[in-house]
Structure formats: structure tokens, C-alpha cells
Ligand binder design. Structure first.
Ligand SMILES: [Zn+2]
Ligand SMILES: [Zn+2]
Length: 144
């Protein structure tokens, strides 16, 4: 998906037989305005700032989970923050290289990084689960 707009979101959901709701649209559109990962609480405050009907934190988490499952949002577990996936159509494993100083994320895929997790995990007699992204702590050029 090149641009996060209602039309694109709608067709993305339709293809996966999911429903696009007002809060799902609102959450992902708000998140897409930020370049860096943000927490669910920051997101909630951004959304509720100019709204009469407030969205609570558990609703935010539910919606985030929805988009994570559909592959449009990534969670950076170690800092418990969320950001938009830059390449949702990418079939390989999504690699989130995130700067531990400024939290900027450099997203790429395992193929481009020359990493074969299927092969490496098979050596341990484990089956690689490629439905989740992988985060790598890095220090970006600006912060080094
Ligand atoms: Zn991604
Ligand atoms: Zn940095």
C-alpha cells in the first residue's frame, strides 16, 4: 500500500475479508502521520485531542492488534511502540532495524540482509515462524 487513505484501506480489508471501521481507520491514519514508532498512549492522546467521543486505551490496543495481524502495522516489542509497515506487500520476513538512541526505524527484509532464518532455525530442528517481524537494535549514522 503506497498511501494510507480510506480507499486503499477499504480494498486491503476487503481482499482479506475484514471490515474497516471508523476507529480502525482513525488509528492507522493517525499512526501514519508519524515517522517514528509511538506508544499506544501517545496514539490515544493524539486521536482524542480534537474529538468529543474519546477512544480508550483498550480499544486502541485492539485496533493495533487488528492491523498487526493484517501486516500494516509493526510492533517494536522492546520499546512497546508501534509504527506503520513500509512494505506490507513484502513476502519475506520484515526486518526492523531500530536505532536504540533516537528510535528511528530502518525497515528492510531478510533477503536484502542476506539472512535465511528458515535454514538457521532448521539446524536447531525448529520451524521458522515467518508471520512476525524481527527487530534488530542498531545505532543510526546520526546517533553514532
Ligand atoms: Zn513491514
Ligand atoms: Zn538514531
Amino acid at each position: 500500500m503506497r498511501r494510507i487513505n480510506t480507499e486503499n484501506l477499504l480494498s486491503y480489508c476487503l481482499k482479506r475479508k475484514k471490515t474497516l471501521t471508523a476507529s480502525r481507520t482513525l488509528v492507522i491514519k493517525t499512526l501514519s502521520r508519524r515517522k517514528k514508532p509511538i506508544s499506544a498512549y501517545e496514539l490515544r492522546d493524539m486521536i482524542n485531542k480534537d474529538r468529543d467521543v474519546k477512544i480508550n486505551i483498550s480499544q486502541i490496543y485492539r485496533v493495533l492488534e487488528f492491523w498487526i495481524d493484517l501486516g500494516l502495522i509493526h510492533k517494536i516489542s522492546s520499546i512497546n511502540k508501534f509504527l506503520l509497515c513500509t512494505t506490507p506487500d513484502e513476502k519475506h520476513t520484515h526486518m526492523l532495524n531500530f536505532c536504540t538512541v533516537c528510535e528511528k526505524v530502518f525497515e528492510t527484509c531478510n533477503k536484502k540482509m542476506g539472512l535465511n532464518f528458515r535454514k538457521s532455525t532448521a539446524k536447531l530442528n525448529l520451524a521458522f515462524n515467518d508471520t512476525r517481524s524481527i527487530e534488530i537494535p542498531v545505532i543510526c549514522p546520526k546517533c553514532s
